[in-house]
Design a protein around this ligand. Structure first.
Ligand code: 5AD
Ligand code: FES
Length: 348
């Protein structure tokens, strides 16, 4: 008989599971199973990364977005969203401050803002690499052409984060306007991989219309695509979106999935996300204990933090970068982990 425990042991023995088996694992999910998964994932993470926690300095460069994802607070149709865009000088200043605080990876994240043309982004990426040659530059600026990704790589970008959002095409179409396409998103991910980026994929847990079957497809996708990074966090409603009255994703299921992903991809860079810290005061600590090994403190100027609101009640919007970093370092120390000062590349 297939039990949750037999599936967990199979996963821990580094066997791949079928989509049906992933779905059963999620259907059979219990708190005892979660505890078993957590201890196995914790062991695997310690074997690969010890108790080191990698930090990424997140710079939220723009809240302008030409897209209209139904779940996202900065979607184009949200007329209540306050829009801002950091200038290249402001972005460089955030990175300089981050460097002094011990960050060796900068993540430039933003909505799909047409202002950030290749002609503007390339010199920015080059300037970042010139000022801080020992740092990695990660971009998280959405879907672009293969040529754009190529130029940005040439300018010095090392990594790219683009969550696939859901590996189930029909589900993808329920979360996005018809102008956006699942196939293009997958094309972006394969181009990025092809061009030599370290690539991050990922999805929200508990997004509207998500089922265990669609989550099983997400796991199967991660197992075959094998991204270097996987960002997952609970869906959290934003009041000014069509999904404003939907329930948030499950905290326990997010932790369970973090452990599953760690076992499936032992070397993966796995953040305990801000969204996880938003639905539970100890969410990021619990995420690390479930198998994550990355945290992403905010380096954006405090004046814009509240405006980069993908969902409601986001944490850390009032804290200076230095406070954010030291708060997270202290949180990690409290559970026996150490925030380290290095680029935090994936171990192969
Ligand atoms: N709740 C949680 N995560 C969200 N994201 C966007 N909107 C929300 C929301 N309401 C996630 C998406 C996106 C990433 C930058 O933030 O997965 O890829
Ligand atoms: Fe801006 Fe989707 S609405 S990234």
């Amino acid at each position: 008989m297939t039990t949750e425990f037999s599936l967990i042991e199979k996963l821990a023995a580094r066997h791949s599971l079928s989509a049906e088996e992933y779905e059963s694992l999620l259907t059979l999910r219990s708190s005892e199973g979660a505890a078993r998964l957590r201890s196995l994932a914790d062991r695997v993470r310690r074997e690969v990364y010890g108790t080191d926690i990698y930090v990424r300095g997140l710079i939220e460069v723009s809240s302008f977005c030409k897209n209209d994802c139904l779940y996202c607070g900065i979607r184009k149709s949200n007329k209540n969203a306050e829009r801002y865009r950091l200038s290249p000088e402001e972005i460089l200043a955030c990175a300089d401050e981050g460097y002094d605080l011990g960050f060796r990876t900068f993540v430039l994240q933003g909505g799909e803002d047409p202002w950030f043309t290749d002609g503007r982004l390339m010199p920015l990426v080059s300037a970042l690499k010139e000022r801080h040659p020992d740092c990695a530059v990660t971009l998280s600026m959405g879907e672009r052409s293969r040529e754009s990704y190529r130029l940005l790589k040439e300018a010095g970008a090392d990594r790219y984060l683009l969550r696939h959002e859901t590996a189930d095409k029909a589900h993808y179409e329920k979360l996005h306007p018809s102008k956006m396409s699942f196939d293009n998103r997958m094309r972006c991910l394969s181009d990025l991989r092809d061009l030599g980026y370290q690539v991050g994929a990922g999805f929200m847990v508990g997004s509207p219309f998500q089922t265990n079957a669609s989550l099983a497809q997400d796991l199967k996708f991660l197992e075959t695509f094998r991204p270097d990074m996987v960002g997952i966090g609970p869906f959290i409603p934003h009041k000014d979106t069509p999904f404003g009255d939907r329930p948030a994703g499950s905290y326990e299921l997010t932790l369970y999935l973090l452990s599953v992903i760690r076992l499936m991809l032992p070397h993966v860079l796995l953040p305990a996300t801000t969204a996880l810290g938003t639905i539970h005061p100890m969410g990021r600590e619990a995420g690390i204990l479930a198998g994550a090994n990355v945290v992403m403190p905010n380096l954006s100027p405090v004046s814009v933090r509240k405006k980069y609101a993908l969902y409601d009640n986001k944490i850390c919007t009032g804290d200076e970068s230095a406070q954010c970093k030291s708060c997270l370092a202290a949180r990690m120390r409290s559970i026996g982990f150490t925030v380290v000062t290095n680029r935090g590349d994936v171990k192969k």
